[in-house]
Design a protein around this ligand. Structure first.
Ligand code: GAL
Length: 430
């Protein structure tokens, strides 16, 4: 691996009480119990329930079932893009000593939080047995390790800084060139507004933080963005003020917030909106056949480019699976981790998920269209880590950023946002 990987809204307790696991098989079964056919259940906790999210999980689940006759996959996914709701429930479960058998966690600062809290078992034994150190990029392994112990199995690499757009809507609005810079983006958004369409589709609150990270990267530049995560980083200077003003301008073109990222992306696919800035899980949603996806035609119904100002940089994140301490069905969890780590598992999961494999030896012929671009850029671009998806900030810091952005959406006060972000950085304890 060629270069350095850079290193939520808090759900209320009341909200948590209403959250239920998806329970793909009817739900409600206790962990570690026998299934109807005598199989032992393996509770897999994620947030991949929605359209464009569930297809990849299903593909990996099928391999798991095929390879593990005595085990039954129990889908404990909790709905809600970006997993804010899932993580809030997970936190209460872990604190109550009631872990699932395995759960999804982002490589980087988010995972380091679980490690520091002593909630995970190292999985070095799996890396040894399956020779995984040879197949995962070393610097990705660094993001999931503490003092030589490795704590998860990365299943993919996603890209956060993608601008999705509807070519027909751009044409109608007279936007001849795909915007490459933030000023060009603002000009394009304005043209779409004048043409009477929604310039920028946006979803629930976390999607605004997702947009913020792309605007920060595009406005500050990669080196200054990556420097934000060091101790005593400068969040109070004029470059940050300018970046936040850019964010304010871009956000002023957003339509009414949709419920989550899928309905926002759908506005683009259906030609109601021109642009949305979203991670490449949106590709799975646009591209996969119904019902899992929208079955849209690439380059005709939807198209993509790096978010404005970020060409040449891949803002990355990685989903990984863990072995929680006290997993009721530890053997079952290990069986799941083996599928997640395998070439077969990753090559089944990722083409559907809209991600590229974390393994270096995947079958590249399976990654076509958008995914071929992603593979190429992952191998050649500069890297930056995602804020919203757990790479550069821990959960507490991210929650503070989410709250600041939530307030900003109401009051549009750039100075207040900047001081809240500076305060969040100072108090992050990272
Ligand atoms: C991210 C996750 C992706 C995708 C996305 C939208 O946090 O890493 O795999 O699920 O949220 O829900």
């Amino acid at each position: 691996m060629r270069r350095r990987l850079m290193a939520a809204v808090a759900a209320t307790v009341a909200g948590l009480l209403t959250l239920t696991a998806c329970g793909g098989d009817g739900g409600g079964a206790a962990q570690g119990t026998q299934g109807g056919g005598g199989e032992k259940k393996v509770e897999v906790f994620s947030w991949w329930t929605g359209p464009g999210e569930a297809d990849g999980l299903k593909a990996m689940r099928e391999i798991f079932q095929k390879n593990n006759a005595g085990l039954e996959f129990f889908d404990a996914a909790v709905a809600g893009g970006s997993g804010d709701k899932a993580r809030a429930l997970l936190t209460t479960k872990l604190q109550a000593g009631d872990p699932p058998d395995t759960f999804q966690g982002h490589a980087g600062a988010e995972l380091q939080g679980y490690i520091k809290a002593g909630q995970l078992e190292p999985v070095n034994f799996l890396y040894d047995e399956l020779k995984l150190k040879e197949v995962f990029p070393q610097q990705l392994i660094d993001q999931i390790s503490v003092r030589g112990d490795i704590y998860s199995v990365p299943v993919n690499i996603h890209r956060s800084n993608v601008m999705w757009f509807n070519p027909g809507v751009l044409k109608e609005a007279g936007v001849a060139e795909v915007p490459k810079t933030i000023p060009e983006f603002v000009t394009a958004l304005d043209k779409v507004k004048k043409a009477g369409k929604v310039p920028l589709a946006i979803g629930s609150e976390w999607t605004m933080v997702h947009l913020l990270e792309s605007v920060l990267l595009g406005s500050l530049g990669t080196d200054a963005y990556n420097a934000l995560w060091a101790a005593n980083a400068d969040w109070s200077g004029p470059a940050m003020t300018k970046a936040l003003n850019d964010f304010k301008t871009v956000l002023s073109y957003a339509g009414d917030p949709a419920d989550d990222w899928q309905p926002a992306a759908k506005q683009v696919a259906d030609g109601q909106a021109a642009f949305t800035v979203m991670g490449d899980w949106a590709y799975g949603y646009f591209h996969n056949p119904p019902d899992g996806g929208l079955g849209k035609k690439s380059k005709t119904d939807f198209d993509w480019a790096p978010s404005p100002g970020t060409a040449g940089t891949f803002m990355w994140l990685s989903d990984s699976f863990t072995l929680p301490k006290g997993a009721p069905n530890r053997d079952g969890a290990v069986a799941w981790l083996k599928v997640a780590a395998s070439k077969e598992g990753q090559d089944a999961f990722n083409p559907k998920k809209g991600s590229i494999p974390a393994r270096k030896d995947a079958d590249t012929s399976l990654y076509t269209d958008y995914l071929a671009d992603a593979l190429k850029d992952w191998g050649s671009n500069k890297l930056a880590g995602s804020i919203q998806h757990g790479v550069v900030v821990n959960d507490a810091w991210r929650t503070a950023i989410n709250e600041a952005v939530g307030l900003f959406h109401e009051d549009k006060d750039v100075a207040a946002l900047q001081s809240s972000l500076a305060e969040a950085a100072k108090n992050s304890g990272q």
